[in-house]
Design a protein around this ligand. Structure first.
Ligand code: GDP
Length: 444
């Protein structure tokens, strides 16, 4: 796997030990790493050059000059600049027109247009309480029309039938007429895609656009396309006044560097991200969060949210108070373990952590880790209430009894007690807050 920018920079920062401050010379070294990381994340070369020039300007300014930790400061600047390049905040759909608001979906075949049309329908119904109609203007592939029908039904929206012998613009106009007469709030128009850009296709979609005057023209692009995404984006921008981008398949291996290129070239904000094949696999695009992903910092925000969801806040507070009072016992240890399980297990959690923190953990066998957790639970469950509160009571004979009860060797009981002591130590150092604080710290 390619190294992340954070990995690269932290290595560099180590080699720069002794150079407390940033200079013209070492900024060059750092920017070379930034450049490599962006290229590895599939950001297009011209976009990278431009980006580096902007970061360099900022890095050589005061922000870094006085900093004691140039590497971290630079990562901070890069992160901010990435987010700014991909768009500030969240760009919503513009539906402020006389209904029905028409949304035109454009993009290559396989980009995810049909899937995204249905996902958007569901989003508009559930989040914005809209009455939604979909129609397919793909007259070349009857299967595509059927596919839209199926997924529209899944989304709980209505579907307008198309006749493959009609012209795309006539189909769209008929759907628009139907939408008006039946008081739909939104009409989503799915279009034909080709495997590559072709002039006839572009002329057709331009014609379609001119006929139905969409308030949103969304360019749907596959994040896995990497460098090619930039050419596709350019061609669609030349043909159509794009108002937004949907970046699909962000759940794949890609680091999502395409977001940076596509946004720049298409000159429109990224509004949504496709994150699974399923109908609910659509997220409102968050540039800040995505910048972290491109940087290889993991999806920290998602992690913190998940932790907050999974952890009972009252429990966490009780625990914090106990730790403060020096009373963290095996019961608490057990509750920490089960909280981790609530959060979707270790494997799910690891995926969301920055790679430099989990490089070791990722190499380990996650199934084994999950088994270990269950086994630890088994051991603690074999102890009496008193033993859990006072682990110091656990001498050889009690340990043998517990091991037999849990069906493990005595060594495993010892190992668990060691881990408990270590955790107790860590918790004391953190002065309360337990898991919550630990997670927040990871995020910071
Ligand atoms: P279209 O030709 O542009 O209409 O593309 P489709 O909607 O038919 O999608 C092509 C393939 O990509 C299908 O297998 C979809 O299930 C898949 N797909 C679309 N969006 C996503 C996504 O966000 N994540 C994943 N994993 N697959 C997606």
């Amino acid at each position: 796997m390619a190294s992340t920018l954070s990995d690269r920079l932290s290595r560099l920062v180590k080699t720069m030990r002794g150079q407390a401050r940033i200079t013209e010379g070492n900024v060059q070294d750092m920017l070379r790493e930034v450049r490599m990381a962006l290229l590895e994340a599939d950001v297009a070369l011209p976009v990278v050059r431009d980006f580096i020039a902007r970061v360099k300007d900022k890095a050589l300014g005061q922000e870094v000059a006085g900093s004691l930790n140039p590497g971290q400061t630079l990562v901070g600047i890069v992160h901010k600049e990435l987010a700014a390049t991909m768009g500030e905040g969240v760009a919503d759909l513009n539906l402020a027109v006389q209904p029905p608001a028409v949304i035109l979906m454009a993009g290559l075949q396989g980009a995810g247009k049909t899937t995204t049309t249905a996902k958007l329908a569901k989003h508009l119904i559930e989040r914005r309480k809209k009455k939604v109609l979909t129609v397919s203007a793909d007259v070349y592939r009857p299967a595509a029309i059927e596919q839209l029908k199926t997924v529209t039904k899944q989304a709980g929206a209505e579907w307008f039938p198309s006749t493959p012998t009609d012209k795309p613009r006539d189909i769209a106009l008929a759907a628009l007429d139907h939408a008006r007469r039946h008081y739909f709030d939104v009409l989503l128009v799915d279009t034909a895609g080709r495997l590559a850009i072709d002039e006839a296709l572009m002329a057709e979609i331009r014609d379609l656009h001119a006929a139905i005057h969409p308030v949103e023209t969304l360019f749907v692009v596959d994040a896995m396309q990497g460098q090619d995404a930039i050419n596709t984006a350019r061609a669609f921008k030349e043909a159509l006044p794009l108002t937004g981008i949907v970046l699909t398949k962000l759940d794949g291996d890609s680091r999502g560097g395409a977001a940076l290129s596509v946004r720049q070239v298409a000159g429109a904000p990224i509004k949504f991200a496709g994150v699974s094949e399923k109908i609910d696999g659509l997220e409102v695009f968050d540039a800040e969060r995505h910048a972290g992903r491109v940087l290889g910092m993991g999806d920290i925000v998602a992690l913190v949210e998940e932790v907050q969801k999974g952890v009972d806040l009252k429990e966490a507070q009780k625990l914090a108070d106990k730790v403060k009072a020096g009373g963290f016992d095996l019961n608490d240890f057990l509750s920490q373990i089960s909280q981790m399980k609530k959060m979707g297990g270790l494997a799910g959690l690891m995926d969301k952590l920055p790679s430099q923190m989990t490089a070791k953990a990722k190499g380990a066998d996650m199934d084994k880790a999950e088994r270990d957790v269950r086994r630890m639970e088994g051991i603690i469950n074999s102890m009496t209430a008193l033993e859990r509160r006072k682990p110091e009571l656990l001498k050889a004979s009690r340990k043998r009894r517990i091991a037999a009860g849990a069906g493990v060797h005595v060594q495993e009981v010892n190992r668990l007690l060691n881990q408990f002591e270590q955790m107790q130590g860590v918790m004391k150092k953190m002065k309360g807050g337990g898991l919550m604080k630990m997670m927040k710290r990871m995020g910071g």
